[in-house]
Design a protein around this ligand. Structure first.
Ligand SMILES: Cc1ncc(COP(=O)(O)O)c(C=O)c1O
Length: 367
């Protein structure tokens, strides 16, 4: 089965009691047991709910994994991996461009618990291999493409090295989604998603997920999801299940629309630098305008809403240095080439000509 078919049919059987084609919403906190311990698999929604199982099974299938787990946010999925697979004085090596919230968590929060964090250029093969040989290094964190500079990493090359050195390889696949890339197939140990983004796709859910083939990691993370109470609500899981069905058509349209906009912008005189990984709906650009004019530009577009987050049916635009990546100190942002003038565009699934016209009309004001 191809991904578009799996997204609609995998583990989506009609409800056997009513024939309802869409799985019912199980808004229940607990489940009646026949005798103590004798139940129909579920005991308490913190540890499991049919709406979680339904999405987890589909998501595992889309990523080509054996197990998936939903969380109440992408950052809780990240927290669970770091806090419960690592110990004090273990070290995380991460790519040198990443979502500001993940940076804040790894750099500011986990430091309190003795987790050491370092970012490196993953294209520097000698440096990477040296780091992976350090005794303390237990986990490698990759975003590809990265947020916000859309850098791509050769996952096969890097994950082959993590396997060789017995380092846990985690790929945040939020940007690419399984539509464009399935990291488990090239030796990732764990794939992470902020399901808030393309998987949710409709600006109405905050959620996270992990997918893995490793039973031991799954058991540990599942145990801790229950122990810490970081499950999503059944309603959010249900919304996510609805959204996954249209993942393929949405991704196709995001991709087509973004390519159209890139083709109009790449030689535009007001574009100083354009970042696009040649797939998906994300584009980052630096304009030749002053910071003030750049801020005016992003605040005044008609169809592109100025808002944090991305990857939704609505087109969005934002300024990473003051919004999504403000938690990264300016010196580190500058060292990683994240300039104050950078803007990040999330191209939605509206009509591509309307979107292009919105941008081009507003750019004319400055040219
Ligand atoms: C690449 C990436 N990973 C993880 C997260 C965190 O997800 P959440 O906001 O669902 O906690 C984000 C949020 O923007 C993100 O962009």
């Amino acid at each position: 089965m191809k991904l578009a078919t799996k997204a609609i049919h995998l583990w989506q059987q009609p409800d056997p009691t009513t024939g309802s084609i869409i799985p019912p919403l199980y808004l229940t906190s607990t489940y009646v047991q026949e005798k103590p311990g004798l139940h129909k698999w579920y005991e308490y929604t913190r540890s499991g709910n049919p709406n979680f199982t339904n999405v987890e099974a589909t998501l595992a299938g889309l990523e080509g994994g054996d197990y998936a787990l939903l969380f109440s946010s992408g950052l809780w999925a990240t927290t669970t991996i770091i806090l419960w697979l690592l110990q004090a004085w273990d070290k995380v090596i991460a790519i040198d461009d990443m979502y500001g919230g993940t940076f804040r968590l790894l750099n500011n929060v986990f430091a309190k618990y003795g987790i050491i964090f370092e970012q490196i250029d993953m294209d520097n093969e000698i440096l990477l291999e040296n780091k992976l040989q350090e005794k303390a290094v237990k986990l490698l964190w990759i975003e590809s493409p990265t947020n916000p500079l859309l850098k791509q990493t050769d996952l096969t090359r890097v994950l082959t090295l993590t396997q060789k050195h017995h380092v846990i390889g985690v790929v945040d696949n939020t940007f690419a989604t399984p539509y464009f890339q399935q990291p488990l197939a090239v030796w990732a140990d764990i794939v992470l998603h902020s399901t808030t983004k393309y998987l949710g796709g409709h600006s109405d859910v905050i959620g996270g997920a992990i997918v893995t083939n490793n039973k031991e990691y799954f058991s540990q993370l599942s145990y801790h999801r229950n122990a810490a109470g970081i499950n999503p609500s059944p309603f959010d899981a249900r919304l996510l299940s609805r959204s996954l069905k249209t993942l393929a058509v949405r991704m196709k349209q995001h991709d087509e629309n973004a390519k159209h906009i890139v083709s109009l912008l790449e030689n535009h005189p007001l574009i100083k630098q354009l970042y696009y990984p040649w797939f998906g709906g994300m584009i980052s650009v630096e304009l030749t305008l002053s910071l003030q004019d750049t801020m005016d530009f992003i605040s005044n577009l008609t169809l592109f809403r100025l808002a944090e987050s991305l990857w939704w049916v609505e087109s969005l635009i934002e300024h990473p240095a003051s919004m999504t990546h403000a938690s990264i100190p300016e010196t580190i942002r500058q060292a990683q080439w994240l300039s104050n003038g950078l803007i990040r565009v999330s191209v939605g699934v509206e009509d591509k000509e309307d979107l292009a016209q919105d941008i081009i009309t507003w750019l004319k004001k400055y040219h």
